[in-house]
Design a protein around this ligand. Sequence first.
Ligand SMILES: Cc1ncc(C[n+]2csc(CCOP(=O)(O)OP(=O)(O)O)c2C)c(N)n1
Ligand code: SF4
Ligand SMILES: [Mg+2]
Length: 297
Amino acid sequence: MTKRPTADPSCGLPAWAGQDDLTTYGENTWCPGCGNFAILNAAKAAVRSLEGDGIGRDRIVMAAGIGQHAKIFDYLGLSGVYSLHGRAIAVAQGMKLANPDLSVIVFVGDGDTMGEGLAHLLFAAKRNADVTVVMHDNGVYALTTGQRSPLSPEGYKGPSTPHGNTEQPLNPLVLTLEAGATFVARGYSGDIAGLTGLIADGVRHKGFSFIDVLQPCVTFNNRYAEYNELAKPMDGGPLSFDDALALARVQETLPTGILYRAERGSAEELLTRGRNPVRDSGCRSDRLAAVRLLLDG
Ligand SMILES: Cc1ncc(C[n+]2csc(CCOP(=O)(O)OP(=O)(O)O)c2C)c(N)n1
Ligand code: SF4
Ligand SMILES: [Mg+2]
């Protein structure tokens, strides 16, 4: 796990550095107007809000997939692992299992996690892994210049679908609810305050939290106009499971907020039974006994 330096304005750094203490040396290459900027700002604000609750940033770590979304790893001053395309959720679960005292935020793309990494997403939800997945949902493979993703709308035209996408998009909210996620939310990058609250609440939640963030890609799939009209904070919530599922299926509007939240033992709690392999490392025979307990029950 790398601990990357945050910007130090006294070192003659370029203009983007030193903006705040969660900004890194990484030069930002996102297109002006990209929804990823809002996700970065919301993530920073969420970290500050969590710090206010006593969850220090030395205990908040991140993992990222590969794609435009994943560049957030270079811009957000948290430690973590820059993972592989589709594999970030698996890596995040390993981080949490190795040190259950950490809060793990996973930044994934829609192509990344609804395509290549779909099984990781569903099984992490099924086992209620205590990680927070923030899906940058731009409905396109943006880094590789606009191919159709599993969430591209029907009719979407790109290099892989020049005559229009003939398939229906998957529904990430329905899939994660059905898989057993205990916190399912929809956010919009046009509402940074709302998104900040969702990320912070997702991290506070003990168990698997999934936030589908509508993130317009101004270059390949610009949906600001549509989302500005349809993505409005929902009245109330969270809902019962059946009502959340029904709302997740609605396509005429895109209500934002926490659709569903439930209490269930997390994978790490159930597996480690309170033992932290970092804090309670013990001697070799202690560690072997702990592994035996894990395997034999
Ligand atoms: C195993 C593997 N397959 C394919 C790629 C090529 N690749 C890199 S990013 C990407 C698409 C990313 O799309 P998405 O996850 O939606 O992220 P976005 O760029 O839209 O934020 C692909 C196909 C790769 N790096 N690794
Ligand atoms: S190509 Fe799309 S997702 Fe990538 S930086 Fe530009 S607007 Fe953002
Ligand atoms: Mg994408």
